[in-house]
Design a protein around this ligand. Structure first.
Ligand code: GCO
Ligand code: MG
Length: 405
């Protein structure tokens, strides 16, 4: 069997998605997600100009060899563009392998370790009250883990809060130039303990609570936050500070027992190694699309398991449903799976394009038994929603200094 051709599709059903389709000479095809929010076309060029021509004619069943060829074989390793391209090829090859074997990908990984995949949902509110009303609704729907983000009084926009957008899918989409947002650590600290104190009062103790700081704090501020939140027993505190210097997390660790999660923007196992082996984190948040596909995620999960670190894959709406499908197979298999981020199944336009058989009930996702990844891509429907240049916001402090977004 040989790879006959590789196509790259970009569509924008509210968010831009880059989808790779590999077709073999026997007619079997596979899908992968190569979406890199705000830099989509760079990955398209990388795939079309530099990857696809090298793969045509190769055996699609040699997943590991192709992964190594694209990673080690290119002198320029790592980085988000390269790794998103490798990820999409890798996912599509696993999809093909499953279809050839007549098995869902989780069976190829080793089978199910659990009956379903625990999800955490998002409650994003304009005030503490609004956030907690939304969280109570999610709890009533059966979610057992909820991430709380609330607008910060005195700041016009806060990370994660919907503002005038109808749903989370729309947030961060369709912005032809980067919008700018303002951040104040002082104003954030004035709110955060109250949010979680009131959350425990209203929601009780039988629901897991989570929070994403989105890299806004310095290590010592993050340590202070971890300590403040200890009484409210979070499942995890995500991205408390930037961790290009991974030992920043050791500062947080020294002061607080609030569990830590990090890694949604990391591209390789090397980016995660130090914090995993030093047990500076409890959950590793890498995504199949940004960290090199199923092959790489399996390796990260196995490495993390040696150090009691669980997986908690990124599940924001800028990862396409193809990535979500890949995560389902990894999550149901990984012995050290922790929890999957879930922001709903997407809008009506996206559901026309991507068809899958994943069912969500009572805060848990159930993976279907279709061979491969179990996801289909409707090219005609996708063509109705062409690419729209769009960026994430840029963050500044109140005095105008560029800050971490
Ligand atoms: C999350 C993330 C997202 C990111 C987005 C960036 O935890 O869901 O932090 O909200 O901001 O995916 O591309
Ligand atoms: Mg995050």
């Amino acid at each position: 069997m040989k790879i006959k051709h590789i196509q790259v599709f970009v569509c924008c059903p509210g968010r831009n998605f880059v989808t790779v389709k590999i077709t073999t000479d026997s007619g079997v095809s596979g899908l992968g997600d190569a979406t890199l929010n705000g830099r989509e076309m760079a990955v398209v060029a990388y795939l079309e100009e530099h990857v696809a021509p090298c793969l045509v004619g190769r055996d699609p069943q040699s997943i590991e060899d192709i992964w190594q060829y694209l990673y080690k074989g290119a002198y320029w390793r790592r980085g988000p563009v390269t790794m998103a391209a490798i990820a999409a090829i890798d996912m599509a090859l696993w999809d093909i392998k499953g279809k050839i074997a007549g098995l869902p990908v989780y069976q190829l990984l080793g089978g199910k370790s659990r009956k379903g995949v625990n999800l955490y949902a998002h409650a994003n509110g304009e005030s503490i009250e609004d956030t907690l009303d939304k969280a109570a609704e999610l709890k009533d729907q059966g979610f057992k883990a909820i991430r709380l983000q609330s607008a910060i009084p005195g700041l016009p926009v806060t990370y994660g809060v919907l503002g005038d957008k109808k749903d989370y899918f729309e947030l961060q989409g369709n912005r032809p130039l980067p919008p700018e947002e303002v951040w104040s650590t002082q104003k954030y600290f004035a709110l955060i303990a109250d949010l979680f104190a009131q959350a425990r009062d209203k929601l009780g103790t039988d629901v897991h609570l989570l929070h994403d700081v989105h890299n806004r704090l310095t290590p010592i501020e993050a340590a202070k936050l971890g300590k403040i939140l200890e009484p409210f027993d979070l499942l995890f505190l995500e991205d408390p500070c930037m961790a290009e210097n991974q030992d920043s997390l050791s500062v947080v660790r020294t002061h607080a027992t609030t569990p830590l999660a990090i890694g949604e923007s990391y591209n390789t196992i090397h980016d995660c190694r130090e914090m995993i082996q030093n047990r500076w984190i409890d959950y590793i948040r890498t995504a199949a699309t940004h960290a090199g596909g199923i092959t790489a995620m399996r390796r990260i999960a196995d490495f993390a398991s040696l150090f009691d670190v669980k997986t908690a894959p990124h599940g924001a709406p800028d990862l396409s449903p193809v990535c979500f499908a890949a995560h389902m197979h990894l999550d149901i298999w990984a012995p050290n799976f922790g929890i999957q981020e879930y922001v709903g199944e997407g809008n009506a336009e996206s559901l026309q394009i991507f068809k899958h058989d994943i069912k969500v009930k009572d805060g848990m996702a159930f993976v279907g038994d279709a061979p491969g990844l179990g996801i289909e891509f409707d090219e005609k429907a996708a063509a109705k929603y062409p690419y729209n240049r769009s960026y994430l916001p840029v963050s500044r402090l109140e005095d105008g200094t560029v800050w971490h977004w």
